[in-house]
Design a protein. Structure first.
Length: 172
């Protein structure tokens, strides 16, 4: 039986190679959405209108360890609290953990007021924010660190990022 697994895995990998895994267009091939001027949108932009990282991102990168600890503690506490709920406990536990982790990360940078005051652009859509960042700033040598800082404040952005880029890349 074990001998069957290897050929199946190899065949699967070859099919993905032949069909091609989802591809992402180069930033220059895509059009960035226009951000909201000001911080009234649901999501504060990690970049300001003059192209530098927002103050909240810089501060988040400085306290990265605190954010990671907060996220892990929040995830664990949320999962433990929800383990007793049949069927949906794992999902709700993850969501509760993300919220707790976000709260800790947000507090570590100075709170929502600092987040909003340190940027002059925002978005109402995670997809728009992902595409804007990718098109305009993915060549930045600190881009992965900026993404990580953004994930700490907006945990749901981490799961939305790649699908947003893949859907924008369809047909390019």
């Amino acid at each position: 039986m074990k001998k069957i697994y290897i050929p199946v895995v190899v065949a699967g990998a070859l099919m993905l190679t032949a069909w091609g895994a989802p591809k992402i267009a180069a930033p220059s091939e895509l059009t960035a959405p226009t951000p909201i001027e000001g911080s009234a949108g649901k999501y504060a932009s990690p970049f300001t209108s003059d192209g530098v990282t927002a103050g909240w991102v810089t501060k988040s990168m400085q306290v990265k360890a605190a954010g990671q600890i907060g996220s892990m503690a929040g995830n664990y506490a949320g999962q433990k609290a929800m383990e007793q709920v049949p069927f949906v406990g794992g999902f709700l536990g993850k969501k509760a953990g993300e919220a707790m982790g976000r709260g800790i990360a947000l507090k570590s940078i100075g709170g929502e007021a600092f987040l909003r005051s340190s940027t002059d652009l925002s978005f109402n859509s995670l997809n728009d924010m992902a595409l804007f960042m990718y098109v305009n700033y993915s060549a930045n040598p600190e881009y992965q660190k900026i993404l990580d800082a953004t994930y700490a404040i907006y945990p749901e952005f981490q799961t939305a990022y790649m699908p947003a880029l893949q859907s924008a890349s369809v047909g390019h």
